[in-house]
Write a protein that binds this ligand. Structure first.
Ligand SMILES: *Cc1c(COP(=O)(O)O)cnc(C)c1O
Length: 310
């Protein structure tokens, strides 16, 4: 496999409830890049994979939660590019009965099928993942590896995300993206021109995000964070959000994921309905992918007797 991204389209979104607001809404279908290395994770891995190849590594090691899109992406990319992969996963209890865990968890199951070896760690150990001591212990155990941080964010990842916007996208006034660690939006911010502005929708409560994004971005670009649509925190969800995702798919045929793009689009539609944008505004929302997470979320929704994502 090589890193090529043909045919990533901007698709116009028509929602009946938005008609009278006169904005032009498009979505960049980065979710269609690949079923497992989807959207922004593909962008973030590209130059990291090149670097690992250059440095002649044979193993990629990274970190994530049990439903992580990043874990899913690294496992598949490792298989495609001929690396062994090791996933340090938060939650030691998941390792007690691996067979059962894999049955219950579609993300880990797919990663396992793609050859990823797991190391399940306690939540307190997981918090130490960026310390030198913890990394040294991992090196003792697994030998040498190319380390990709949690969520995949580093300078090379941001360079990859600077390739999301394409020639022709200068016609958009506003570019919207969901935010986890802030890496993706930083790449987007670096690549806009002076007439454009980026709006970021954090998928979690994160006062640290603005500072993080400043660290990675060129000064003088226009961007701001819309912090009202995290739904209580990372991976938190309610029936309202599920209904929105289902209605959106019904009307547009575009699936959204519940952790990131669903929240972003919910927020964006809400802002449009509140008259946040003047008539004629051209808006491009980035579909960063994450659809692999729907099955796992539905297992959870079933337990909570909430409506399922269709
Ligand atoms: C990981 C992820 C994000 C967040 O990207 P960051 O670079 O961590 O901000 C957004 N959307 C989807 C679908 C993701 O998987």
């Amino acid at each position: 496999m090589v890193f090529v991204t043909n045919n990533i389209e901007n698709q116009q979104v028509f929602l009946s409830e938005l008609e009278r607001f006169g904005v032009n809404l498009f979505i960049k279908r980065e979710d269609q890049i690949h079923p497992f290395i989807s959207g922004n994770k593909y962008r973030k891995l590209k130059y990291n994979i090149f670097k690992a190849q250059e440095e002649k590594h044979d193993t990629l090691l990274t970190f994530g939660g049990a439903f992580s899109n990043h874990i899913s992406a690294v496992a598949f990319a490792g298989k495609e590019f001929g690396f062994k992969t090791i996933g340090i996963i938060r939650g030691e209890e998941l390792g007690n009965d691996l067979k059962n865990t894999l049955q219950q968890n579609p993300t880990l199951n797919a990663a396992n099928k793609h050859g990823m070896q797991f190391e399940f760690v306690t939540r307190s150990d997981y918090r130490l993942k960026n310390t030198e001591e913890f990394i040294e212990k991992l090196k003792d155990k697994f030998g040498n590896f190319y380390l990709i941080p949690e969520g995949g964010t580093n300078n090379l990842a941001i360079r990859g995300c600077e390739e999301i916007l394409k020639l022709g996208d200068e016609s958009f006034d506003i570019v919207c993206s969901a935010i986890g660690t802030g890496g993706t939006i930083s790449g987007i911010i670096n690549s806009i021109n002076k007439n454009q502005k980026v709006l970021g929708f954090p998928a979690l409560k994160g006062d640290f995000l603005a500072k993080e994004i400043k660290k990675y971005t060129i000064q003088g670009k226009k961007w701001s964070l819309i912090t009202d649509y995290h739904f209580g925190g990372f991976a938190k969800i309610n029936g309202d959000l599920v209904n929105f995702i289902n209605q959106f798919k019904l009307e547009t045929s575009i699936p959204l994921d519940p952790i990131y793009t669903g929240k972003m689009m919910y927020g964006l539609v809400d802002l449009i309905k509140k008259g946040f944008f003047k008539k004629g505004t051209n808006i491009l929302a980035i579909h960063t992918g994450g659809l692999q997470g729907i099955d796992g979320m539905n297992n959870y929704l079933k337990q909570k007797q909430l409506p399922l994502i269709q």
